[in-house]
Design a protein around this ligand. Structure first.
Ligand code: AMP
Length: 385
């Protein structure tokens, strides 16, 4: 084995490439950045160009991708379907497999594939590892993963609950056990990943047993711009009565709904400001968001039976004391007692915000998807050499 200990993590989205260079010897972040506005007028032409820009930026900082210290590249890939349930070394066959899943993730997987191809061209000698956003949820039992639709139809079209944000749920559930000073195998956690996208998961002894996102990231919680759960007949109604096309409904539910659809803002900070001024639409958006969240807390409490911790993470979860307080207030019957003073304290570290008397610990754990991807990549590409 060489002494190479650095991992480049790439998160290639439809219009951006985010990157981090992490030295796994001490898990030190050497560099982080993003190239945005890919494919937009005046922006970066394509993913190849974006990665070259990222490489130039790293080189200017003495961290060029030609360095012998670079051990591997880890890629976030959104959809692994039922085929990819663990981090996977990229081969031509694996790339073709990710390509096959494009119909399930038409916006995300093509961008992820582009990122992998460009990184391979740049350093063909390096192991490239695909880390799937769906993988952590592959353990969900059939009873939770199946939709109650005709089985043959479902199987034919790959219709089942896959779940997303898995890298975050994996990292945060494990970090929660560490915060409690317990073995992940002994801890049951409800993880609430509340960012612009939002999802909940139920993790029993380190194994995911349920999650709120489904076939796509549209299901579940109210999000910044996505509706989350709704009666599927809403789609039919919009088609039949509203005369809307598939594309228009897709746009409505994924980009113009959620908090944005309810009040015109998708940023929880702005909603907080408006609520303080007595804005009714902002108040309603907040209330709908919280109501859905509490429903999932109740549902996943029943799924797990025993809950040791409820953990908040991502932009809203880590920063909004108001959301945490509203989501878990008056749940003493479920064993949850918040400590308002602890909850109001801002901080960057993993911390408890429940009262010492609370049977269920309530935690705030900053997520770190890049570090999780780097760990998975390093473990597969280097440590298992
Ligand atoms: P993420 O997708 O995890 O980056 O989260 C982005 C979201 O976090 C933004 O849309 C904001 O609504 C939310 N956010 C960030 N900072 C704060 C804050 N201080 N208070 C409330 N919400 C915040």
């Amino acid at each position: 084995m060489s002494g190479a200990t650095r991992v480049l993590v790439l998160n290639s989205g439809s219009s951006s490439v985010k990157y981090q260079l992490i030295d796994m010897d001490g898990e030190e972040r050497l560099a982080a950045g993003a190239v945005e506005r890919i494919g937009e007028p005046g922006g970066t032409a394509d993913h190849a160009q974006a990665l070259r820009e990222a490489a130039d930026e790293l080189k200017a900082r003495g961290l060029g991708l030609d360095s012998p210290e670079l051990a591997a590249v880890g890629h976030r890939v959104v959809h692994g379907g039922t085929r990819f349930t663990v981090p996977t070394l990229v081969t031509d066959e694996v790339l073709a497999g990710i390509e096959d899943l494009v119909p399930l993730a038409p916006l995300h997987n093509p961008a992820n594939i582009a990122g992998i191809r460009v990184a391979r061209d740049l350093r063909p000698d390096l192991p490239q590892v695909a880390v799937f956003d769906t993988a952590f949820h592959a353990t969900i039992p059939e009873a939770a993963a199946r939709y109650a639709v005709d089985t043959a139809t479902a199987d034919r079209y790959g219709i089942r609950r896959y779940g997303f944000h898995g890298t975050s749920h994996a990292y945060v559930s494990r970090a929660t056990a560490a915060l409690l000073g317990r073995d992940p195998a002994d801890v049951n956690v409800i993880v609430l990943h509340l960012g612009n996208g939002a999802s909940a998961s139920a993790v029993r002894g380190g194994v995911c047993v349920d999650t709120s996102m489904g076939l796509t990231p549209l299901e579940g919680l109210v999000m910044g711009t996505r509706s989350g759960d709704l009666d599927p007949a809403v789609v039919l109604h919009l088609e039949r009565v509203g005369g809307m096309s598939t594309g228009e409904i897709d746009e409505l539910l994924n980009r113009k709904s959620g908090l944005l659809g309810l009040c015109g803002d998708n940023d929880m900070r702005e909603i907080g400001r408006r609520m303080a001024e007595g804005d009714k639409a902002a108040r309603l958006a907040f209330d709908v968001y919280i109501h859905r969240l509490r429903r999932y807390v109740g549902a996943f409490t029943a799924v797990l039976g025993r809950v040791d911790a409820i953990t908040f993470t991502a932009g809203v979860g880590e920063n909004s004391a108001a959301v945490r307080e509203a989501a878990l207030s008056d749940l003493h019957n479920l064993g949850v007692t918040m400590d308002s003073v602890r909850n109001a304290v801002r901080g960057a570290a993993a911390r408890l915000v429940s009262a010492d008397s609370s049977r269920v610990a309530v935690a705030v754990v900053p997520t770190d998807e890049e570090l999780e991807i780097a760990r998975d990549t390093y473990a597969l590409a280097v440590q298992s050499d």
